[in-house]
Every structure is written in C-alpha cells, then in structure tokens.
Design a protein. Structure first.
Length: 256
C-alpha cells in the first residue's frame, strides 16, 4: 500500500514594504500629530484673551527707538530787548543767570561820542536796561563778560580807554552787582604805565570768594611789542593780578 506523508505548508512572508503599514502605533502617532497641528493653527487664529490679533507685534524693548527728551522739543526764539537809544549802536557781549527769573546781559552802546557800558536785566518776562557806571562820559567803556554767584553778587568785566599824551590806552574795567546796583570796583593792571593796554574778556566764579578774570595786555606801544596773558583773581575783598603763562614770550598770547 502506498502511503503518503502530508507536510504542513507555511505561508510565505511578503517582502513588500506596504505590508503592515497601518499598524496601531502608527495610527496613534498620526492622530496626535494631526491634533497638534490643528491646535497650533487655532492658536494663531485666536490669540490669548487681552491681545488684539490686529495689533502691531510686540517689539524687543532693547531694540525700540527711545523717545526724544522733552527738552529737545523746545526751540530758541527772538525776544524783544531794549536799547539805550534807538539812534545808536548796541552790542551784547555776555549773559549770566541766577535763576529763570533773574539774568543779566552786558555789552556796550554808542552814545554819539564814545562807547558806554550797557547792562540789561531779565525779570522772568521781559528785559530792561539798568543803570551801569562808566569811567567817563567821553571815554570808551566796554563790557565783554558777566558771571553771577548769587542774587547779590555778579561781576562784569571789560576795559575802558584812558587818554594820555600818547593817545588812549585800554585799562581793566570790573563792575560789581550787590543786589541793588552796579558799581565800578578797583581792578589792577600789569603796570602803572598807562601807555600799556590791559583788557579783560572773560570771567568765572566758583563761589563768592573765588573768581578769575582773564584777558591780555600789551608789552608796549613801540615796534616789537606783543600781547601777553592777563589773569586776575577775586578773594572776596579785592582783585589782584596772578601769574599766567604764555606760549611764547616773543609772540602774541591772548585769553578771551
């Protein structure tokens, strides 16, 4: 009798890459990714409460352009200022303020025969000419600079022309404000020789007991004379000449 043996045939495994594509794990991952994308889109379309989706994006504060200070928005304007006379020249040389309602401007004007000192005061709303002394009505007097340490102490400096047999030569001129009026105070010159010019063009104070005025003087009237620096110091009681260097003794040296 013929006998046959039956063998169990195993199914062949497919080598196709599509086999098992939609596995449970893959389906779950796909679902989660889809949900995340949908939530992100919804978040962009609907921003959190309190934020207007049509508003400008918030900028980095470090990159933002700072606002200009309020002071830069102010501008200079021409103000009315009086003259000693409408028919003569007037020149302003310097200005100083004690406060926003108390300032002085100094200079000079032509009285028809010579230049005279000119001082004006600001009271917070307008300027007015105040009385200022001169060495003489027919002598030229200039004021070039002014400084104030308080409402009761200001100094204005300049020069005046002193006539001599050899002509007029400039001498130092210093005036002081005491809170009520201006007056001429003694100011020294480099020498007592009145044929040597001495002029002051600037002044500054750190306190009521420490001020400096500066300018220059001439070494003579003859050919070869030069200008040299001139510095004077105020010590609360008087002005005195103090030593000041020059760049070169044989050349003009001026402080203004």
């Amino acid at each position: 009798m013929w006998m046959s043996q039956l063998k169990k045939v195993q199914p062949m495994k497919s080598s196709s890459p599509q086999a098992g594509f939609f596995t449970p794990r893959l389906l779950i991952a796909f679902a989660l990714c889809s949900a995340g994308i949908l939530l992100a889109i919804a978040g962009l379309a609907n921003p959190p409460p309190g934020i207007d989706k049509n508003s400008e994006p918030i900028k980095d504060p470090g990159l933002a352009t700072p606002a200009l200070p309020a002071s830069t928005e102010s501008v200079w304007s021409v103000m009315l200022s009086p003259n000693a006379s409408a028919a003569v020249d007037g020149v302003a040389g310097g200005v100083a303020c004690i406060s926003s309602s108390n300032c002085f401007a100094v200079g000079y004007y032509n009285n028809g025969s010579s230049y005279q000192t000119l001082i004006e005061q600001w009271n917070g709303s307008s300027w007015s000419v105040v009385a200022s002394p001169n060495s003489g009505f027919t002598q030229t007097n200039y004021l070039f600079a002014v400084t104030c340490t308080s409402a009761t102490q200001c100094f204005a400096v300049g020069s005046y022309a002193k006539p001599t047999v050899n002509g007029s030569f400039y001498q130092t001129l210093i005036e002081q404000w005491d809170g009520t009026s201006w007056s001429i105070v003694p100011s020294p010159n480099v020498t007592t020789d009145t044929t040597v010019s001495n002029e002051l063009y600037s002044v500054a104070c750190t306190s009521g007991t420490n001020c400096f005025a500066a300018g220059y003087y001439s070494t003579g009237i003859y050919s070869g004379s030069v200008y040299q620096t001139l510095v004077e110091h105020w010590d609360r009681t008087s002005w005195s000449v103090v030593s000041s260097p020059n760049g070169r003794a044989t050349a003009d040296n001026k402080i203004s």
